[in-house]
Design a protein around this ligand. Structure first.
Ligand SMILES: [Zn+2]
Length: 320
């Protein structure tokens, strides 16, 4: 039997051992090269685009010769005002990409010996940055669509006579959401969080190319897809795959997301569900990349992503 990819040496090109052995200067250089790939790590002023800057070596900052403003390698990016050393930041990213089903902020804070909140905010910023990789993207060719419910769990009461029918709307918490995924076979996975699976038909108009062939299960709201696309249906009560008509790749995405939510985060609020959904999609789509390539991809996306209005000032807000 073929060896699982994650067990092969090819899957490992980066390790915590190597990161800490290489030290802070080397980690800093990695961030510089990924922030300014066109100049091989030489600074480009984020204020005016100037290529000439004085280096304030002791503080790892630059002063632009053209506009006189100061900046650092993370200025203007989602990692601006970072709390960690570059070594710890690189180590955090290594730990995050090594988690095939994600990682909880609690575990990350223990591995890095940092505050829970530091790990929580960092992981969410990185999730936001990787989600941007497919922003505005469309899927085409063969596209599987499916939905799955998350959150809003009502714990069953101990005694049978105290239990309620959790399917009834009056017994639901209002926190339940549906993650709908459009997955191109051999391509990208685009997840969305909606209240009802049927809301996804409107989304399909935006993200699924009209040229695509769509595969969906027997749920009646997908009937509307036949108006816009050549659509095949699989009745899951009869079979999971019928001569290539299946939603197996969408299912594979959902099983990763379920393992992430159950195994790592245990509970996710509707507010953050889209971030976990995006994280699982990114891992699914790049599952054949080695961990060094994944870490570089993640840093590259973070360095390209502007300051996040969602997470900027999170510290000040939550301290108040
Ligand atoms: Zn400048």
């Amino acid at each position: 039997m073929a060896q699982h990819f994650l067990l092969s040496a090819k899957a490992r090109t980066l390790s915590l051992k190597a990161i800490y052995a290489a030290g802070e200067d080397k980690a800093y250089e990695t961030f510089r090269k990924l922030r300014w790939p066109d100049t091989n790590g030489e600074p480009v002023c984020p204020h005016c685009g100037g290529l000439d800057a004085y280096e304030i070596t002791t503080r790892r900052r630059f002063k632009c010769a053209a506009c006189g403003k100061q900046f650092s390698v993370t200025s203007g990016t989602i990692l601006a005002s970072r709390k960690m050393s570059f070594t710890n930041l690189l180590a955090a990213i290594c730990i995050i990409v090594n988690g095939a089903k994600g990682i909880s902020a609690l575990q990350l804070s223990r591995d890095l010996d940092c505050q829970h909140k530091t790990a929580f905010v960092l992981a969410h910023k990185l999730r936001e940055a990787i989600a941007a990789e497919t922003k505005g993207a469309q899927v085409t060719d063969n596209v599987e669509v499916d939905g799955a419910y998350f959150g809003g769990h009502i714990r069953p009461r101990n005694r049978k006579e105290d239990r309620v029918d959790r399917r009834l709307s009056e017994h639901q918490t209002g926190k339940r959401r549906v993650v709908v995924a459009f997955r191109q076979r051999m391509g990208r996975t685009l997840p969305f969080v909606v209240r009802n699976e049927s809301d996804a038909v409107e989304l399909a108009k935006r993200v699924v190319s009209r040229e695509a062939i769509v595969y969906a299960d027997e749920a009646s709201h997908w009937d509307l897809l036949h108006d816009g696309w050549k659509t095949y249906r699989i009745n899951h009560s009869e079979a999971y795959s019928d001569y290539g008509i299946c939603t197996n790749q969408a299912e594979s995405y959902f099983s990763r997301l379920r393992r992430m939510v159950r195994g790592q985060h245990h509970h996710v609020s509707a507010q953050y569900l889209h971030q976990y959904a995006a994280h699982a999609a990114w891992l699914e789509d790049h599952h054949r990349d080695d961990n060094g390539a994944l870490a570089h991809r993640m840093i590259g996306l973070a360095m390209k992503h502007g300051v996040s209005p969602n997470w900027k000032g999170y510290w000040q807000r939550s301290a108040a």
